[in-house]
Ligand binder design. Structure first.
Ligand code: SF4
Length: 166
């Protein structure tokens, strides 16, 4: 049984990407951004362990979902179970967004781990980079600070250079 440590979930989020989305807040993040948007999700020993089957059952129970969003905490520091969840979601026609404190280039080049790079291959849109208090704005759509990029992952991987959503 595959398990994942999570801070929590949002069953019908409308703020973590387009449409109605199931957001998974993974537990644990090795970065320590000042005024982190979710400081309770930083300790790796916090949160609760959940079976992937439980998340899949919740997602499958909502036919209105456009996709899933992997956020945190740092989802790319638990890449193996989230890779499995992303594969499952894609097989059901759901798109996959992810938020990461790592940059696209770091994830592509397997800086956190080879598994993190594998997970990136399945992501449709990545919001990358840490939350920076000095660049924070409430005017930004789907991101908290202006340094974060909304990246079309598949186009960026194909082109070998970052393509941001318009
Ligand atoms: S990367 Fe995100 S979750 Fe991690 S400390 Fe920074 S703001 Fe918090």
């Amino acid at each position: 049984m595959t398990t994942l440590r999570i801070f929590g979930t949002a069953d019908d989020s409308i703020v973590d990407g387009p449409g109605i989305r199931f957001a998974v807040f993974s537990q644990g993040c090795s970065k320590t951004c000042p005024r982190c948007h979710n400081p309770e999700a930083q300790p790796f020993e916090g949160g609760r362990e959940v079976a992937l089957e439980e998340l899949e059952r919740l997602i499958a129970g909502n036919p209105l979902l456009a996709g899933i969003t992997l956020t945190g905490g740092e989802p790319f520091e638990q890449p193996k179970p989230l890779l499995e969840l992303a594969q499952w979601a894609k097989s059901r026609g759901l798109n996959v967004w992810a938020y990461s404190g790592y940059l696209f280039e770091e994830l592509r080049d397997a800086v956190p781990s080879p598994e993190a790079s594998e997970l990136l291959q399945l992501v449709d849109v990545l919001v990358d980079g840490p939350f920076l208090e000095g660049q924070a704005s409430h005017e930004l759509k789907w991101r908290g600070s202006a340094n974060q990029r909304l990246i079309d992952v598949q186009a960026s991987l194909a082109a070998g250079t970052v393509t941001e959503l318009g």
